[in-house]
Design a protein around this ligand. Sequence first.
Ligand code: AOF
Ligand code: ZN
Length: 380
Amino acid sequence: MPDDKAHLDLAARLALRAAGDAEPNPLVGCVLVAPDGRVIGLGHHRRFGGLHAEREAILSCRRQGRDPRGSTAFVTLEPCNGHGKQPPCAEALIEARVARVVFAAPDPSPSKGGGEGRLRAAGVEVARSDASPLASGLAEPWIHRMRTGRPWVIAKWAQTLDGRVATRMGESKWISGEASRRRVHRLRARVDAIVTGLGTVVADDPMLTPRGVRRVRRRPLRVVVDPDLEIPETCALVSTAGQAPTIVACAAELLGAEIARLKRERLEAAGVTLLGTPASARGWLDLRELLTGLHRERGVATVLLECGPGLMGALFEQDLIDEAVVYVAPLVLGDELARGVAEGRVARSLTAGRALRLWRVKAVGGDVELTYRRRSPRGA
Ligand code: AOF
Ligand code: ZN
């Protein structure tokens, strides 16, 4: 039904307002619609541990002097059915005498799932709707974390119209416009970790901190993938390690090796945390293990990947990228030696490529921000 799409889209847009505040919980939004089609309540899960979307929507409805009785609740996630930090939403909807619930994605959690059955048993009509891809995809990062034990990995890059991220000389400042760069800082302030590679540290000497952002929701850990512990001690990341948490992930055997002792001591004195990670083929670290460890040991729910083509290619090769936020600038280089987004893979046929699906589109200044997700949400 066309109304389903509009109402679920609205619920999803509300939920997105809490990006960076609600995680590791899912982003959830709820819209209450009266039988005459008017929207009478809006709510979203604002922060981890706070009220759930459904109760927020019922409260907003009552605050305006309206009665939720007989209304339809459009929720991006199946209303929960268990006690956690909050009581079950299925109960709240039943008590408010909501007549119908339309939800976009089931809640697979053992402790909170089963809301659909509970609502039905109480005589509430329940339907699942795929009408809004935005709403259906909203809980993917949270479901992915539960299934895989890994954080949700968002790769970000800025490219020319012909798909290049730097000139043949390595120049990349700036491909995207100022408005796009502001969006990136906003994104940095909503994730738990920013991952980059040694190549980017050497080429760009980035700070990887959120700057010029109205409200910093999270202060991301800065993580450098540096198998051989080659990071220059004078780089911006190391010299600011006292102010912003900084991890250098290197081959596990280097942590005990005498040859690296001085380097380790200097980095640690600067405030860097060294993280030994098992090695994998082709001189890389085991990136899957690194991500799992960041989630398990440091509670990292969301990772922003800001790196060059080598690390990007390795992560695509291992299918570790869940989302891509791409800024496309209105510029064509037309130079086949200019750098591409990712390299190091062998893709002899189109089917060997990594398939993504378009999730959101936004015009940002003269650029376009495209958000892609993995084609099919999958397990490990
Ligand atoms: C909903 N509406 O707005 C959210 C839901 O610890 P708690 O009580 O906050 O519960 C968190 C769990 O509740 C979370 O893991 C997921 O299963 C569900 N999230 N459910 O009906 C909401 N945020
Ligand atoms: Zn709930």
